[in-house]
Design a protein around this ligand. Structure first.
Ligand code: G3H
Length: 241
């Protein structure tokens, strides 16, 4: 909810231009997706429709149709051209009280509608990496509910305590957690579907370079609101490919 509808559309216009001119995006070496607020979806998608940038939503309801006033149907997101949807963001869990059961049902709704879930996991408080990874794995397994890789999933590791801060979580912490989570994903989901691990939480210019190949990318918030900064973050990604 940082950007208004017009601001989001203007931002998407700038991002579409960056995507169309950046070699790493044009070649497919760097892939981009945008998850605008729901009211901005149509305006943003109009700007991105001729670009390589995918778009999606920040939330959906677990039912596709019925008496759910104020809900967002995954089927409707598909009609809007969304190919991804965020599930289980820390703010959904904290502000809206979404528990593991709700996250599990929303994850299922995403896959049922053919939307790639961007499944957010992360520890609430700072803690040793092994404990944080265990918390993330418990959240993952709860959401998967036995799904063993039939579908593509983007896992966004976002420590709750690192969101909305001046700096991301320390890179050594992120790398240590990511290594354990990746190992778990590889051993439980194998190569079926595709599982991508990205880091979010005050990520910006330089974050990806500091994480090396422990993650596949970033889940950006405030520090991508300036298109010029976003372009520099794409440069960081391109340098790693
Ligand atoms: O979804 C985005 C994350 O919550 C990160 O936001 P932030 O980078 O502004 O902390």
């Amino acid at each position: 909810m940082y950007l208004g509808v017009d601001q989001a559309a203007e931002w998407a216009d700038a991002v579409a231009l960056i995507a169309s001119t950046h070699d790493a995006v044009r070649s497919g070496a760097v892939r981009l997706f945008v998850l605008p607020s729901l009211p901005a979806t149509v305006a943003v998608s109009a700007k991105l429709s001729d670009s390589a940038v995918a778009w999606g939503a920040q939330d959906l309801h677990w039912d596709d149709r019925g008496a759910v006033t104020g809900g967002t149907s995954g089927a409707d997101l598909v009609e809007l051209g969304c190919t991804l949807v965020e599930v289980g963001h820390a703010e959904r869990r904290k502000i809206f009280g979404e528990d593991a059961g709700v996250t599990r049902r929303k994850f299922a709704a995403a896959t049922r509608n053919g939307l790639t879930p961007v499944l957010c996991v992360g520890e609430r408080e700072p803690m040793p990496a092994a404990d944080a990874a265990a918390e993330c794995i418990a959240q993952l397994e709860s959401a998967f509910a036995g799904d063993r890789g039939s579908t593509e999933v983007i896992v966004a590791y976002e420590p709750e305590w690192a969101i909305g801060q001046p700096q991301p979580a320390p890179p050594e912490h992120v790398r240590a957690v990511a290594d354990i989570v990746r190992e778990h994903l590889a051993s439980t989901r194998g190569t079926a579907g595709e599982t991508t691990l990205i880091y979010g939480g005050s990520a910006g210019i330089g974050t990806l370079s500091s994480l090396g190949d422990s993650v596949d990318g970033l889940f950006l918030g405030r520090f991508a609101h300036n298109p010029a900064d976003f372009a520099r973050i794409i440069d960081d990604a391109a340098a790693l490919t």
